[in-house]
Design a protein around this ligand. Sequence first.
Ligand code: GDP
Length: 417
Amino acid sequence: MSELKIVIVGHVDHGKSTLIGRLLADTGSVPDDRIEAVRRRCVDQGKDMEYAFLLDALEEEQAQGITLDTTRIQFHSAQRNYVIIDAPGHKEFLKNMISGASDADAAFLLIDAEEGVREQTRRHATILKLLGIRQIHVVINKMDLVGYEQAVFEQIVAVCTDALAQVELQALSYIPMAAKHGENILARSAHLDWYQGRTLIETIDTLKAQHPEADAPTRLPVQDIYKFDHRRIVAGRLESGTLQVGDTIVCWPQGTRTRIKSLESWQRNQPLTTLTAGMSVGVTLEDPVFLQRGTVIAREEAPPLVGDHLKVTIYWLGQQPLRAGKRYTIKLTTQETTCEVAAIDHVYDSSDLSTADALDQVPTNFVGEVTLRTKQPLAFDLFTQVAETGRFVILDGFEVSGGGSIVGLADAVNQAK
Ligand code: GDP
């Protein structure tokens, strides 16, 4: 069974690392000697135990093997395995979230009880909305700093409910907590006896996988093509749906039709007959149809959209504003091509959703509703239909500078040949 993917977002210093460290320690997901080593280091420095350092220590250990700025932190409850998708640094975190590396099933929005909802909290909410993450719980941390007062908690709940409603989101629950002291993570706390709801771990165990991917249309973006024993093996990750030997498929955007001859697994020797979403595989095809990296294989009956004019919602992180007429690179699954902004219809600030006056650019940390014109036609879906092929990343030079979701198309053709 695949792990459930969680993101924890929140303003810097509100306690994200402490919460993650504590979650790892309290669930027994890291060996005791690691925790002890961190405790000793803190004592040597004359400090209280800092669970956030546990995360740093694990990140240092993992760093060698990691090329992306992504960190996958695994932990388990008594019920299930989980992975927290994390990235050190605020900027990297946003890029990571936006680039879809973090196609999380659920998000926890963390708020410092002393500080309340801040600008970054609001920006994060906007991104969660843009990414289509619907399972959102809010953690109100550092309750010890406000005397564990229920009134403070309620007040933040009210402000946060409004902030989320602004971006048409609703939290499933609000959890008061003191991560530093391990209160309401696994153990309940006498200080918070007015709270009858679920602890963090109980909440985590209620989460559901976001996409029932097997029901979704089949999308296999081609990563590579290998020649092997005179056979041509098409490799990729099945992003959604299922695929079986004998299925009639169409390769997009070309629109050429053929059938699946065989499925090749990298791991096993046994022949595979059915693929399910999330598997990385190779396939061979009945006919020598034209294919290249970026081609999207779909079942005949549920084609993707194909076109070179996409209506998108984009979150912009670039140092330079996104400008009409300038050339960028768009990456959508394994497809990559040059694109230009053809029109900017709406621009708003991600922190307060106020509309910007000028429509000739999208400044950093603003959201734009824009039309992109791509050099090559792309095969894609509306984000609301197939999230994996409905989101994209924009590069300015080599820098990930923005990303978002496809909300419509200005024109499209998807006639199979
Ligand atoms: P991050 O930037 O969101 O990852 O925040 P950290 O986890 O590094 O925490 C920032 C500071 O807040 C550290 O000094 C923590 O010890 C402190 N902190 C975290 N959680 C709590 C809490 O529940 N109570 C108190 N009093 N301090 C906390």
